[in-house]
Design a protein. Structure first.
Length: 207
């Protein structure tokens, strides 16, 4: 499980780790954004919360995650990215899955802000870029499908400040929940994506 503030690099590392270890990548943020894009009832209920930087209500997120964990590709194991965000979600997860490790991505706020401000995503395939750290080959266009890249609506400064406050108020208690159970592993998430991946692998090998 990857926990950490917005922009810490959880999604970037989750994609790499899942690919390298043949695990499913379960991101509640990705599930919710897909639901918004498809206009499903979940997406319609979640959209305003996401745009404002607030958490989506627990019952909606839990329903989506339960359905996702039940799919066949998750049976061999998964990397959980961006879940749980509240103590209620953490307690509900106890009944759904057994955890090997909980990694807490740690990064100073100025670096988080720089990563969020420069993030661009492909609206078609969901690929994530950064204007300076991992730019596409052709500026503003996805390498995979040539579609024009966009900024996430919740990466606007107004929403980012709400997300950071919500993280401190609602998700930091979740870190304490796993720390008390001896599961939490802090990860220095600074440096390049390769450096973070090496540190993450060393941390997981030590399990
Ligand atoms: P979600 O999508 O989970 O957002 P988040 O947790 O705020 O995390 P981010 O996606 O912003 O950042 P990340 O840590 O994955 O960083 P990334 O790898 O992309 O949630 C979005 C919203 O959905 C929430 O606000 C909420 O409304 C709702 N939601 C989701 N889950 C929920 C839940 N469980 N309960 C309730 N509501 C929920 O990297 C960021 C940028 O930095 C990218 O541009 C990347 O290219 C770049 N980068 C990454 N690593 C590096 C590096 N090492 N060096 C330089 N640049 C880097």
């Amino acid at each position: 499980m990857f926990l950490g503030p917005p922009g810490a690099g959880k999604g970037t590392q989750a994609v790499r780790l899942a690919r390298a270890r043949h695990l499913a990548h379960l991101s509640t943020g990705d599930l919710l954004r897909a639901a918004v894009a498809e206009g499903t009832p979940l997406g319609r209920a979640a959209d305003a919360h996401i745009r404002a930087g607030r958490l989506v209500p627990d019952d909606l997120v839990l329903g989506a995650l339960r359905e996702r964990i039940g799919r066949s590709d998750a049976r061999a194991g998964f990397v959980l990215d961006g879940f749980p965000r509240t103590l209620a979600q953490a307690r509900a997860l106890d009944a759904m899955a057994e955890l090997d490790a909980v990694v807490s991505f740690e990064l100073p706020e100025p670096v988080l802000l720089e990563r969020l401000a420069g993030r661009r995503i492909c609206p078609k395939c969901g690929a994530v870029y950064h204007v300076s750290a991992s730019p596409p080959r052709e500026p503003g266009r996805c390498d995979r499908d040539g579609v024009e890249l966009r900024q996430r609506p919740d990466d606007r400064p107004e929403a980012v400040s709400v997300r950071l406050r919500v993280y401190a108020e609602q998700t930091e208690p979740v870190l304490a929940y796993y720390r008390e159970r001896g599961l939490l592993r802090p990860l220095d998430a600074s440096g390049s994506t390769d450096e973070v991946a090496r540190r993450l692998n060393a941390l997981l090998e030590g399990e």
